[in-house]
Design a protein around this ligand. Structure first.
Ligand code: DQA
Length: 145
């Protein structure tokens, strides 16, 4: 069964209480369960992680690069300015899907730039938690699971 890492950046551990008008009422624990269930249906072994620490997220991307593991990444606010994250993403050889719960293009100007998008296989944004389901589906079809 192919492995997939679902990596989440800062403040996503606060899902459920964080700006529910923007991000909905699904909690981070619900998101983990949803990704694991979706993965199982698609024949993927999914591991979901979250950190508020840029260095830790970069380290996880190095791990994915070394193991050639496909990644679903919600870089959260790092999306918009972390060149360190972007450079780590550029090292990946397996598919990388950038996901967002909200649609950053429809929000504040600073969210319109993603420094990660150009090195991702593709981006899925604006579908709430379904963004993750769709990203896992895209990975499953690429790895032939
Ligand atoms: C987000 C969008 C980002 O702009 C924001 O900083 C987040 C969440 C999303 O999933 O919609 O933390 O990545």
């Amino acid at each position: 069964m192919p492995d997939v890492l679902v990596l989440n950046g800062p403040n996503l551990n606060r899902l459920g209480t964080r700006e529910p008008d923007v991000y909905g009422s699904t909690t981070y624990a619900d998101l983990v369960a949803l990704c694991e269930e979706s993965g199982a249906e698609l024949g993927l072994r999914v591991e979901v992680r979250q950190t508020n620490d840029e260095a830790e997220l970069v380290g996880w991307l190095h791990e994915a690069a070394d193991a050639r593991t496909p990644v679903v990444l919600n870089p959260a606010a790092f999306t918009h300015y972390s060149y360190a994250l972007r450079d780590a993403c550029a090292m990946l050889t397996a598919p990388l899907v950038e996901v967002h719960i909200s649609n950053p293009a429809a929000r504040e100007e600073f969210r319109h730039t993603s420094v990660v998008a150009a090195v991702a296989t593709g981006t899925i944004a604006g579908f709430g938690m379904d963004s993750y389901r769709l990203a896992l589906r895209a990975i499953a079809s690429r790895v032939g699971s």
